[in-house]
Design a protein around this ligand. Structure first.
Ligand code: ATP
Ligand code: MG
Length: 137
């Protein structure tokens, strides 16, 4: 079994489709081990996206990720990291495969509904950004 971190981003909650997206994730066979509803501070969002600090879109990304509440979810499944990336689709919804969450619901490369960890190592780090041992079911 492997764990990965999903975040339902502010545009997902703005559109009030968090229920649909969670159902999509459950239908794909993922178990929810932890889930929170919170608003990221600029400091916390900045740390989470530290790898993108030098990118031209970094400031806009932090503005967007702190613009409203988010739902971080710790998911578990065999091959969870790669399978979840497949389920959400390409960063830019225009390039995402049919049936993926981003193809179905995302409006742009920035406002793309959902985050998914991109490697098992990053999944461990990212899960610990939001959850501690006592949080898991
Ligand atoms: P995430 O890390 O959120 O799962 P990802 O791994 O598909 O997405 P990254 O390259 O890690 O994509 O980029 C992180 C986030 O930054 C993207 O999900 C998107 O919200 C935003 N982003 C990425 N590239 C761009 C861009 N060229 N212009 C604007 N925003 C971008
Ligand atoms: Mg990423």
């Amino acid at each position: 079994m492997q764990r990965t971190l999903a975040i339902l981003k502010p545009d997902c909650l703005e559109k009030r489709i968090q229920g649909k997206v969670i159902q999509h994730i459950l239908d794909a066979g993922f178990e929810i081990r932890g889930m929170k509803l919170l608003r990221l501070s600029r400091e916390s969002a900045g740390r989470f996206y530290e790898i993108h600090k030098e990118k031209p879109f970094y400031n806009d990304l932090i503005d967007y990720m702190t613009s409203g509440p988010v739902i971080p979810i710790c998911l578990e499944k065999e091959n969870a990291v790669a399978d979840f990336r497949k389920l959400i689709g390409a960063t830019n919804p225009a390039n995402a495969e049919d049936g993926t969450i981003r193809k179905l619901y995302a409006e742009s490369i920035e406002r793309n509904i959902v985050h998914g960890s991109d490697s098992p190592e990053n999944a461990v780090k990212e899960i610990s950004h939001f959850f501690t041992d006592g949080d898991f079911i």
